[in-house]
Ligand binder design. Structure first.
Ligand code: ADP
Length: 548
C-alpha cells in the first residue's frame, strides 16, 4: 500500500515567496566602504525579483550558468535566490583561486554571464579574455574606484536591475540544477558539484533544525565563511528560510572588521573557518560580544584549545561542524547531548572537539578503503569516512574522475579518515593525504597540531610528513609563535610527550612566520610542503631505534 500524500516538488521559489510575505520587516545589512547599507527583506525581495527579470533581459538561457565573483553582500544573497528561482544555475566563483583554475572553472561550467563586485575588477579583468562563453559582465558598484574596462560586455548592475521588470518565480522539477560550486581541488583541476533545488531545500531545512546549525527567526546571522565557499555552508539560504536578519561583511574580512561588526550589529550567530577565530582571539577583550549565542567553526579541525578559549572568555564554545563542498556542506555537527552534562569538564571539551553527529538525512560509515569492509563504531577503529544522503553529491559535473570518489553502492568517499563512537559521533583523524606514514603506521597530523596549539606560546601549528630513509616518513611540526612568546623545540616536544605515543613525537620543530593558507583560509599543507621541499631532517633527529 502506498501513502496518499501529494507529490510536492521541493523547490526554492515557495521558500522565497514565504519569506517575502512573512518577514518583509526583517533586514539584510551590508558593510561597505561607505558605511553600512540596510535593506528590508521586502526591498531585498523586490530587488531579487527584478534581478530575475534582468536575467531575462540579458537573454540568459533557461538552464544558463550565472557566475558570481563577489564578496558577502545582500546583492550576492539576492543572486543566490534570483538565479535558481528562475531555473538558472548559480555558479559561485572563488575570488582567491589561481587564475588558471578560474579560467578552467568558468569555461568548464559554460558561464554565460558573471556578476562582479567593482572592487574585484582588477583581478577579474585580467582573466576576462580567457573566458570563452561569457557574454556579459555585470558590475556591481561597491564604492570602489576600480576602473571598469572599455569592453562591450560590461553592464552596470544598477541600471540593469532598475530597468528590469520583476518576475514570478517558479520551477517545476525539484531535481533541476540550482547551483554549482567547484571544490578547490588539491591536485588536478577543480571538480564541479551541482546542487539541485531539492538538495538545497532539504539542506536548508536541516540547517535550521537544532541538529543542524539551529538558526532561528530571532537570529542576526553573520556569515564570515565566504559566499563562494562550499555553498556558504547554507548561510545564504537558511536565514531566508527562517526569517533571520543577515549581516554581511562585504570586503571587510579582517578580524578587527568582523569583531566590530559583531559588536555594532548585535550579531547572534556567526560561522567561519578556524583561522578566522584564531585571528579574533586576541580581540575578545576589546569588543562587546555579548550578543553572540553561537559561533560555528568548520572547514578544518577546530582546535580544542581555541574553542575552550572562547568558552572561557565569552561563555560559548565554538560549535564544530564538518562537511565538504560535496555535502552541501553540512554533514555533521558536534552537538551536546543532555547526557554530556554528567561528564567532567575535560570530557565535555573533548566531546565538543569531535566533528559530531550527522543530522537526519545524512548517513555515515567508516570502511577499509581497499576492501570496503565496514569498521565498528567503537571510537578506536579508524577508516575512510563515507556518507550518503539527499544533499550529498552523486558525481561531479562532466568529469571522468567521479568514479574514484563514489563507491559502487552509492556512497561518497570523503577522503577523510575517522573513528565513530558508539553513539555515532564522528572524530576525524586526518585527511588521507595528510596522515603521516611512519614505519607502516599512521600518525594523525591533526592530533599533533591540536596538542601543539594548546601550548600558550603557539599561535599556529601544522604538521607534515617528510621523507625518512628507514621509516618512510616522519612528522615535523611547523610552528608560528605568538607575538613576543618564546618556546624552543624541546619545550614543545615535552609538551606533547604526555599525550601521544613516543613514535608520534615530531622529529623536528621548524619555526616559521606564518602557515600558508588556502583560498578559503585553511592551512595549506600543499604549500607548506612546497615551502619545505629542500628541508632535510637533522642528523639523528629520529629516535630511530626506539620507534619500531
Ligand atoms: P577543500 O578541499 O578545498 O578544502 P572543502 O571546503 O570541500 O574543499 O573541504 C572539505 C574538507 O575539509 C573535508 O573533507 C575535511 O577534510 C575538511 N574539513 C571540513 N570540516 C572539517 C572539520 N570540522 N574538521 C576537520 N576537517 C574538516
Amino acid at each position: 500500500m502506498q501513502g496518499l500524500m501529494q507529490d510536492y516538488q521541493l523547490t526554492l521559489p515557495p521558500v522565497f515567496a514565504r519569506a517575502e510575505r512573512m518577514y518583509g520587516d526583517k533586514e539584510l545589512v551590508t558593510a561597505t566602504a561607505d558605511g553600512v547599507l540596510r535593506q528590508s527583506y521586502a526591498d531585498w525581495a523586490a530587488e531579487t525579483r527584478r534581478l530575475g527579470g534582468a536575467l531575462d533581459t540579458l537573454g540568459i538561457s533557461a538552464e544558463g550558468r550565472v557566475g558570481t565573483f563577489a564578496w558577502n553582500t545582500a546583492r550576492h544573497v539576492a543572486l543566490y535566490w534570483a538565479i535558481p528561482c528562475t531555473g538558472r544555475v548559480l555558479h559561485t566563483l572563488n575570488i582567491r583561486l589561481f587564475a588558471e583554475q578560474l579560467t578552467y572553472i568558468v569555461n568548464h561550467a559554460d558561464d554565460e554571464v558573471i556578476f562582479v563586485d567593482r572592487s574585484l575588477l582588477p583581478v577579474f579583468t585580467k582573466l576576462l579574455p580567457t573566458f570563452e562563453k561569457v557574454r556579459h559582465v555585470v558590475v556591481m558598484d561597491d564604492g570602489a574606484d576600480a576602473v571598469v574596462p572599455d569592453d562591450p560586455r560590461m553592464i552596470d548592475y544598477r541600471e540593469l536591475v532598475d530597468g528590469a521588470e520583476p518576475v514570478d518565480f517558479g520551477v517545476d522539477d525539484e531535481n533541476r540544477a540550482a547551483a554549482m560550486c567547484y571544490t578547490s581541488g588539491t591536485t588536478g583541476n577543480p571538480k564541479g558539484v551541482v546542487y539541485s533545488q531539492r538538495s538545497l531545500y532539504l539542506h536548508g531545512l536541516s540547517a535550521m533544525m537544532s541538529t543542524g546549525l539551529g538558526i532561528r527567526e530571532t537570529d542576526r546571522v553573520l556569515p564570515v565563511v565566504p559566499l563562494f565557499h562550499a555553498n556558504a555552508w547554507g548561510l545564504a539560504q537558511t536565514p531566508i528560510f527562517t526569517g533571520a536578519d543577515l549581516v554581511l561583511p562585504g570586503p571587510g574580512m579582517a578580524p578587527e572588521a568582523i569583531a566590530a561588526l559583531i559588536s555594532s550589529e548585535r550579531v547572534t550567530f556567526t560561522a567561519g573557518v578556524p583561522t578566522i577565530w584564531m585571528g579574533m582571539l586576541p580581540l575578545l577583550d576589546s569588543y562587546d560580544f555579548s550578543s553572540l549565542r553561537r559561533i560555528v567553526g568548520g572547514g578544518s579541525a577546530v582546535p580544542k584549545a581555541l574553542s575552550e578559549a572562547y568558552r572561557e572568555k565569552l561563555g560559548i564554545p565554538i560549535v564544530h561542524a564538518w562537511g565538504m563542498t560535496e555535502t552541501s556542506p553540512l554533514a555533521s555537527v558536534s552537538l551536546q547531548r543532555s547526557s554530556d552534562a554528567a561528564l567532567s569538564a575535560v570530557d565535555q571539551a573533548d566531546q565538543r572537539a569531535r566533528q559530531g553527529f550527522c543530522p537526519v538525512g545524512v548517513e555515515c560509515r567508516i570502511v577499509v578503503p581497499d576492501t570496503g569492509e565496514e569498521l565498528p563504531w567503537d571510537d578506536t577503529a579508524t577508516g575512510e569516512l563515507q556518507v550518503r544522503g539527499p544533499w550529498i553529491a552523486s558525481g561531479y559535473y562532466d568529469d571522468d574522475r567521479s568514479a574514484e570518489s563514489f563507491t559502487s553502492d552509492g556512497w561518497l568517499r570523503t577522503g577523510d579518515v575517522a573513528a565513530v563512537d558508539t553513539h555515532g559521533s564522528i572524530r576525524l583523524v586526518d585527511r588521507t593525504k595528510d596522515l603521516v606514514k611512519s614505519g607502516g603506521e599512521w600518525i594523525s597530523s591533526v592530533e599533533l597540531e591540536n596538542r601543539l596549539m594548546a601550548h600558550p606560546a603557539v599561535a599556529e601549528a601544522a604538521v607534515i610528513g617528510v621523507p625518512h630513509p628507514r621509516w618512510q616518513e616522519r612528522p615535523i611540526a611547523c610552528v608560528v609563535l605568538e607575538d613576543g612568546a618564546t618556546a624552543g623545540k624541546d619545550e614543545l616536544i615535552d609538551h606533547l610527550r604526555p599525550h601521544v605515543a613516543k613514535w608520534w613525537l615530531p622529529d623536528d620543530v621548524v619555526f616559521i612566520d606564518e602557515v600558508p593558507k588556502t583560498s578559503v583560509g585553511k592551512f595549506s599543507k600543499k604549500d607548506l610542503r612546497a615551502q619545505l621541499a629542500d628541508y632535510v631532517l637533522p642528523a639523528g633527529a629520529s629516535p630511530v631505534d626506539e620507534l619500531g
